[in-house]
Design a protein. Structure first.
Length: 280
């Protein structure tokens, strides 16, 4: 056990959670409702019995205008699946991966497009150029924002700020704005919380989310997520439901810049409230 595991264990004890209590428990076999009627088929088994078969449907391909280059020694390449659109979203660096996770997990974002079409612009020297944003985020009102991702050490060298300044006047209907994000905005805390919310959504059990809503329906101010999960009756399932409600925007992290394990407090969103449907 390394020092990080020890510190995590000590933090859990400080909040009243002792993982040793769960060691002798039986595994939870309840599964989320991942399938619907459209993915179920009736087939005949070897004994002639009619059985229901759940068919796995793969996520849709990325809409990117170009795929990430092959992996290099110093960079990561890959793709995530957006639970809202069930579509792959690619990334070509660790910073882009963090950005993709944060956008996908945001309750304010309806769709995320990776490597959207290039924007034509004229640079300061009067030369025609093209720039492909890393992402195009669309909110629920249809407003769009183009995003460029760069490590801060390359911002000045790449001249990206001048490029974005030349692009803004010619954006038109492409987007309302184009912004630059670096590791200063795409922090490990933000990314870790986003990843937890995405993973929880993939194992969502709506009944559990409804039970957590009943627990917090009249609460005000900051709530200890660990305490709420304890009241739920099963800590792991309760925490998964809490993350799903964070994904929905019904619960908000009290300090989104910090990992929930470091500051395990949430608040009921004043904008969404607990009377709104979880699926709203």
């Amino acid at each position: 056990m390394n020092y990080k595991n020890v510190l995590d264990f000590m933090k859990e004890l400080a909040f009243g959670i002792d993982r040793r209590e769960f060691c002798d428990r039986e595994a939870v076999t309840e599964l989320p409702d991942s399938f619907d009627d459209e993915t179920r088929t009736l087939e005949e088994d070897d004994d002639g019995n009619i059985v229901e078969i759940d068919t796995w449907i793969p996520p849709a391909r990325s809409t990117a205008t170009r795929m990430p280059p092959a992996r290099t020694k110093g960079h990561s390449r890959g793709a995530l699946v957006d639970p809202r659109t069930y579509r792959s979203v690619t990334f070509a660096s660790t910073h882009e991966m963090c950005c993709a996770m944060i956008l996908i997990a945001s309750p304010h974002i309806a769709e995320v497009y990776d490597q959207p079409p290039a924007i034509e612009y004229t640079d300061a020297a009067g030369k025609k150029r093209k720039h492909t944003p890393d992402y195009l985020a669309v909110d629920h009102a249809g407003r769009k924002c183009a995003i460029a991702v760069k490590p801060s050490r390359l911002v000045e060298k790449s001249g990206i700020k001048n490029t974005l300044a030349s692009i803004r006047p010619v954006l038109g209907d492409y987007a309302e704005d184009i912004i630059l994000l670096t590791e200063h905005q795409l922090t490990p805390g933000h990314a870790n919380n986003a990843e937890s919310a995405i993973h929880a959504q993939q194992c969502r059990i709506q009944e559990h989310c409804d039970r957590v809503l009943e627990i917090v329906h009249d609460a005000e101010g900051e709530l200890n997520a660990y305490h709420v999960a304890g009241l739920f009756g099963d800590f792991a399932l309760g925490m998964n439901a809490i993350w799903c409600l964070v994904y929905d925007g019904i619960l908000e992290l009290a300090d989104p810049k910090r990992m929930l394990s470091d500051y395990p407090f949430v608040i009921v969103s004043p904008l969404r409230g607990v009377n709104r449907s979880v699926a709203a």
